[in-house]
Ligand binder design. Sequence first.
Ligand code: A2P
Length: 287
Amino acid sequence: MDNIELSNGCKMPAIGYGTWQTGDGEAARCVRSAVEAGYRHIDTAYGYMNERGVGEGIRTCGIAREELFVATKHWITGRGYEKTLAQADESLRNLGLDYIDLYLVHWPAVAKTFDDWRRINADTWSAFEKLYHDGKVRAIGVSNYLPSHIEALREDCEIPPMVDQIEFHPGYWHRETVEWCKKNSIAVEGWSPLGCGKVLSSPLIGEIAAKYGRTPAQICIRYAIGHGVVPLPKSTRPDRIADNLRVFDFSLAAEDAAALDSMPQLGYSGFFPEDAPADELVRQMEK
Ligand code: A2P
């Protein structure tokens, strides 16, 4: 499997197994299936509420810890320096691991919700820098950050993010963010590379899949890889988990990638960072 080299020299496998919306009870089985199929990069988050199951899968999959690349994300309820340090320790305990390969800020604080969004993000990030210096995490990055959020962070902090994880699939991709990150040596990961399954019935993707003798899911995943984006497809079905990994023996012709680039919007989650969707979700849960 190919690797992407992060700006600190750390190697990250070029595809990861996503676990958003996978229940804690089934996560261990799913992770073991993914590792058996060949995935070596597992992506979870404190906010997914499945770190325990994911950790159990990692610890019982039969592959040495150092051969796996484990990513988790800091959740918005832990913003600020001290709370971030405490939440990172909780994630490590949940996972049952003594280090994380990649630790990501899940969502930025944004101007819509906080006047002092910039200070909040900088305080959280300072804790990330400490976790990195202390060796609890091998690489640090952000998720759902637009270039303006990363620019502010770079001015306010010492270590620039090594990764930005954003929604990426045919029918919705942050062209500007992907291009900006590339210019600034920030690796891009794509969440929901299948548009949560909603883009798989697109006639255009079906046509391209037939042309290459591939499944629509493989076309979407290969599309991300062609953009230099690390896709994080998720499935709870062992056959699909394995199918989604068979994408390193073909590539899309430029005209097919271009057709996917200009597809009308499809499968968009509706989660635009500046609208603070995670803050809204937490607000509704607390009601
Ligand atoms: P399931 O878990 O039943 O396989 P995304 O990664 O973009 O969020 O998409 C995840 C969704 O796509 C899940 O509903 C998953 O369902 C479905 N899915 C994943 N892989 C495939 C595949 N190879 N073919 C069809 N659907 C898939």
